[in-house]
Design a protein around this ligand. Structure first.
Ligand code: ZN
Length: 210
């Protein structure tokens, strides 16, 4: 649990089901992502606010954490090997950074051509990144908060039922100024959102007074 109370938040926003969101998070600020209704995957990407060529690296994060998952204490590492942010609270305990984000193309391959028209995280990322002059070329392997993807000893993995309950949250404290980009996942063909995408809430906290 965190000592930060929602009363102290300097910014609060409810992100509707299936929608994207982004914001600059200053060094020392904490972003809280709340799974308002439970079982909702939150796809996320981080970019250096001053140099977007520096960005989240799932590979370096897993290597630095010596784990295929992220959780309390995890350092989110950039492609330049620096710490973008740290997970400073986590009441869920299950987050993925292997399974990537859903797309119209992957939906069509996995679930059939008739799902190709459905809205997907990749489209959300493209929309949100366009605000910063970035394109689909800038989408990298992402984080999936609250998404339950157990990895078997063989290396195979499958998206299974989420374990996050209504009100579960994760706190991410920025170690440098970052652009934090979210896709509130619209997927309805696997259980990552309980087959029912729902709203999430984001809150931002200033660093504690010295
Ligand atoms: Zn998705």
């Amino acid at each position: 649990m965190s000592t930060l109370s929602s009363m102290q938040a300097v910014y609060t926003d409810d992100i509707p089901a299936e929608h994207p969101w982004s914001r600059r998070i200053a060094r020392g600020q904490t972003l809280r992502i709340i799974d308002s209704e439970g079982q909702q995957a939150v796809d996320a990407l981080l970019y250096g606010a001053d140099d977007a060529a520096e960005r989240y690296s799932a590979q370096d994060t897993m290597r630095a954490g010596n784990s295929p998952y992220v959780g309390l204490g995890s350092k989110l590492i950039s492609n330049k090997g620096r710490v973008l942010a740290c997970l400073t609270a986590d009441t869920c305990g299950m987050h993925d950074t292997s399974a990537g984000c859903c797309s119209c193309e992957s939906n069509a391959v996995r679930f059939g051509e008739d799902t190709r028209y459905q809205h997907a995280c990749r489209e959300n990322f493209i929309l949100e990144l366009s605000k910063y002059g970035m394109t689909k070329r800038d989408i990298v392997a992402n984080l999936n908060f609250f998404m339950n993807v157990p990895i078997e000893p063989s290396g195979n993995f499958t998206v299974v039922d989420g374990i996050s309950a209504s009100g579960n949250y994760v706190d991410i404290t920025a170690e440098m100024d970052v652009i934090f980009v979210i896709s509130n996942c619209p997927q309805i063909n696997n259980p990552c959102n309980g087959f029912n995408p729902t709203p999430i809430r984001v809150e931002i906290f200033d660093p504690p007074a010295a």
